[in-house]
Design a protein around this ligand. Structure first.
Ligand code: AMP
Length: 140
């Protein structure tokens, strides 16, 4: 059965997109651990990192790097980033389609991983996506 990310990538489910090319897309996490939390996702449907080609993995990382830069340019309170990938159910993976979390960190935010977070309003996610996409387009 296709995962929710395949539904999003094929346009059958909504998402707040920041970036998309032939290999990789980035959109806002629906239940952000912090404001601006993005997911970078290969277009190819693959549950596990080991099944992706090295070129796709490299591009995924390059796009995550760009998204992280754009996040920091879009909000000066973002002073750090966490990258997180849960690869396999035993590693905490809930959506069986590879994704790299890019999680903004702010000084003293006290963020803890592993808890549940609330779903954000679509308008809020769209506003973040617009802001980040604008800064992405400014990259050197
Ligand atoms: P993981 O535990 O690494 O598999 O995390 C899956 C992530 O996907 C969680 O942070 C969810 O909030 C996020 N997620 C689930 N459904 C959606 C959706 N429809 N749009 C955006 N993010 C989603």
């Amino acid at each position: 059965m296709p995962s929710i990310f395949t539904e999003i990538l094929s346009g059958r489910a909504p998402a707040s997109f920041v970036y998309r090319d032939a290999m990789v897309a980035a959109f806002l996490d629906i239940a952000p651990l912090s404001e601006g939390h993005c997911l970078v996702v290969p277009i190819e449907e693959s549950a596990r990192l080991a099944n992706l080609s090295p070129d796709t993995v490299k591009h995924l990382a390059a796009v995550a790097q760009e998204v992280g830069g754009a996040l920091q340019r879009s909000d000066p309170t973002i002073t750090g980033l966490n990258w997180l990938m849960c690869d396999g159910a035993d590693a905490g993976q809930e959506v069986p389609h590879v994704h790299l979390h890019v999680i903004p960190r702010r000084q003293g935010d006290g963020l803890r991983f592993g808890g549940r977070s609330r779903k954000a309003a679509r308008a809020e996610l769209d506003a973040w996506a617009e802001r980040i996409a604008e800064r992405l387009s400014e990259r050197p």
